[in-house]
Design a protein around this ligand. Structure first.
Ligand code: PMT
Length: 410
């Protein structure tokens, strides 16, 4: 497949050489498109030698207009990858400014676009840059988040270009969407659990199943063998390898513990009840004068049990949980990440009307040991794709260095 590798003027430009090699190793052709500023950091000859193709550095290069090159390249590439992407170029892309070859190529192509930002941490968190990133995400652009650590400018924070392997993995996910999870077993939970009080009444919640279903659907599209454990949902379930319907939290616990034993990735999007009635009446409870007191007991915390089992005796390489919160969203998600021993928490601010329960859109923050990444409001299908991009990256890391089970942990 043909990848246009856009290189812009940041110190991370030298890493783009490794990205070009990594893409080639995966069997792709690369054509490098450098901005003028990028050539101040790395010579075009370096990319030419690696890619064995002429490097485009100027809209006005002789020959660049013989077949209106930005248009012909735009229609022949399978992916436009920009790494590193500076704040300046991100701003131009977000606002449709096409004043050089790269930004013109962006507006002309209909290929998927993957952007790996890299800049000073203060710049990365600036409102203007956040706004531009949000706008690009809403336009369908995908991102490889920058890393945290020591930056070339001497600061410590988030802004360093992601590692070449991570960028190549994200590119691969877009280039071969049907194959990146081929042979991988993914277990997804979705929907509410309903806790029966008597034969006609229950305690439930507003989960429709849509978020978990979007994850299951996207994983299937990527070639995974998906087992979907779903509560009683109002939305229809997608076609998956195996669908297991359950009603209450106890049944979901049993199904998940059984199927997680062979899963590589588990994504717990279900809204599992934390409490269930201590007794389920055999007959419809008749009304009487006065109040009715219900006594509830805790349900098993399924995600925590998975985290504990993995720490003690191994298990799914990647554990992803959700967190539905109405306040201190990210702080609560961080606590859940630690307490449940999982790799990623998808934090949902469910106080928003356009996100969380029973709507088609969501806005989340992905919380991991590496930091927190905001994923702005978009369709649940797109949110699912971002979650699986991250899960795939975690899977690669885990496969390279599997965790050693701790015999002292239970
Ligand atoms: O289904 P939709 O209408 O599309 O709505 C999507 C959603 C809002 C349900 C979804 O995005 C979401 O946030 N799901 C998690 C809801 C939830 O139960 O959050 P929590 O913070 O209570 O639980 C934290 C994590 O522990 C979750 O992964 C949950 O699945 C898991 N859990 C919770 C309780 C329990 N007894 N066992 C668990 O495993």
């Amino acid at each position: 497949m043909l990848v246009a590798l856009g290189v812009t003027g940041g110190i991370g430009a030298y890493k783009a050489v490794e990205v070009a090699r990594g893409l080639q190793k995966r069997g792709h052709e690369v054509v490098a498109v450098m901005t003028h500023a990028a050539t101040k950091f790395v010579g075009a000859v370096t990319f030419e030698a690696i890619t064995r193709r002429p490097v485009i550095t100027d809209q006005w290069d002789p020959g660049a207009n013989a077949d209106i090159e930005h248009i012909s390249l735009a229609s022949s590439i399978d992916l436009l990858l920009i790494a590193p992407a500076t704040a300046n170029v991100i701003g131009k892309l977000a606002n449709g400014i096409a004043d050089d070859f790269l930004t013109t190529l962006y507006t002309a192509t209909r290929a998927p676009v993957l952007v790996a930002p890299a800049m000073n941490s203060q710049m990365f968190s600036h409102e203007a840059v956040r706004r531009n990133l949000d706008r690009l995400a809403a336009d369908g652009v995908r991102f490889v988040e920058p890393g945290e650590g020591y930056l070339a400018c001497g600061w410590v924070g988030k802004g360093r270009l992601a590692e070449p392997d991570e960028i190549c993995a994200a590119a691969e996910a877009l280039l071969r969407p049907g194959t990146t999870l081929a042979g991988i077993r993914v277990l997804v939970t979705a929907g509410p659990t309903l806790e029966d009080l008597d034969p006609v009444r229950f305690i439930g919640n507003r989960s429709s199943g849509r978020m978990g279903f979007a994850v299951a659907d996207e994983a299937t599209r990527r070639g995974a063998l998906v087992t979907l454990v779903a509560g009683p949902t109002s939305a229809p379930a997608p076609a998956v390898h195996e669908l297991v319907r359950v009603r209450g939290a106890e049944a979901m616990h049993a199904a998940v513990m059984q199927h997680a034993a062979t899963a590589d990735i588990v994504v717990m999007a279900a809204a599992v009840a934390d409490y269930t009635p201590t007794v389920v009446a055999g007959q419809k409870v008749a009304k009487a004068d006065g109040d009715l007191t219900l006594v509830l007991k805790r349900t098993p915390d399924i995600l925590k049990a998975l985290g504990q089992r993995r720490a003690a005796s191994g298990g799914p390489a990647v554990l992803v949980g959700f967190a539905a919160e109405t306040e201190d969203v990210v702080a609560s998600a961080r606590r859940k990440l630690e307490r449940k021993q999982v790799d990623l928490i998808v934090a949902n601010d469910v106080s928003r009307a356009d996100a969380g329960f029973d709507v088609d859109t969501n806005a989340v923050t992905l919380v991991s040991q590496g930091g927190a990444e905001d994923v702005p409001l978009q369709s649940k299908a797109r949110i699912a794709a971002v979650i699986l991009d991250r899960a795939e990256q975690l899977l690669l890391v885990r496969r390279a260095a599997p965790p050693t089970p701790d015999p002292l942990k239970v």
